[in-house]
Write a protein that binds this ligand. Structure first.
Ligand code: COA
Length: 152
């Protein structure tokens, strides 16, 4: 499986498939227009897609804000989860953060999202705070997680 996953920089031509992933993975998906804006307008944004068997199987992105990377989203098509695609995407974000000399990466995750929490913990993210009722659809709390990229 590992060899069949290609991680590429996200392009406009990937957006329709990424939007499908959004709709299948999230209760409040980003709109197609929001995704296009990320690519064409937001100069802080950096997005990758995972290509598997010629389809967009997952995507992930972050905003580079000064010396921090704020991970906005990571998602894999439900039928392809559990096969290393999320890990490959997160590894690429971490690598990109190091290349850009970011000091740390951060993200928010639903307290009940055990899969995502396990993924982040596997790559060294740690819970550093909580945002009460952060998610508007069900008022779920969000954990704030950080991973240091600093050598010191
Ligand atoms: C979170 C997500 C991106 C992980 O992608 P994935 O391709 O399934 O991840 P991987 O196969 O690379 O697995 C990576 C790690 O995730 C965790 N994980 C994966 N499936 C899991 C499961 N069913 N239960 C618990 N942990 C799980 C494990 O720690 C796993 O590492 P391991 O295989 O060494 O045990 C994916 O589940 C997803 O798209 N979820 C819906 C969207 C979402 O919630 N995104 C996060 C928003 S903060």
């Amino acid at each position: 499986m590992e060899k069949e996953i290609q991680i590429e920089t996200m392009k406009r031509s990937h957006v329709s498939q990424v939007w499908e992933i959004e709709k299948q993975c999230f209760a409040t998906p980003w709109s197609k227009q929001a995704l296009i804006k990320e690519l064409q307008v937001n100069r802080l944004a950096l997005y990758f897609v995972a290509i598997y068997n010629d389809i967009v199987a997952g995507y992930a992105g972050m905003w580079k804000i000064v010396d921090e990377g704020h991970i906005t989203n990571i998602a894999v098509l439900p039928q392809l989860q559990g096969q290393g695609i999320g890990s490959a995407l997160l590894e690429r974000l971490i690598e990109a953060g190091k290349i850009s000399q970011l000091q740390a990466l951060t993200l928010e995750v639903r307290v009940g999202n055990q899969k995502a929490r396990s993924l982040y913990e596997k790559y060294g993210f740690r819970i550093m705070g909580i945002r009460k009722e952060y998610y508007q659809d069900n008022r779920e709390d969000g954990y704030i997680m950080w991973k240091s990229l600093s050598q010191y």
